[in-house]
Design a protein around this ligand. Structure first.
Ligand SMILES: [Zn+2]
Length: 79
């Protein structure tokens, strides 16, 4: 399963949104308002992300299926 992180760019005036990104492929899942930032900003599972940001459920759900990183894990076990 892919993991996600919340953008850690420093907050600026008038910039109160951060991006949620897939850690495996870097794709953006959308922007979230900084009112609700999890303590842990990296290595979040889809479930963790959705606890904070249920409104990106669709984006996450789709990405869980199409993330290019998943294909690498699906191969035969090595050695
Ligand atoms: Zn991904």
């Amino acid at each position: 399963m892919p993991t996600y992180r919340v953008g850690t760019e420093p907050l600026q005036i008038r910039k109160s949104f951060r991006e949620v990104l897939c850690e495996q492929c870097g794709k953006s899942m959308g922007k979230i308002h900084v009112d609700r930032i999890p303590k842990q900003l990296e290595g979040l599972s889809a479930r963790d992300v959705l606890k904070f940001y249920p409104f990106i459920r669709v984006d996450i759900g789709v990405h869980e299926k199409v993330c290019p990183a998943l294909k690498k894990e699906g191969g035969p076990p090595a050695g």
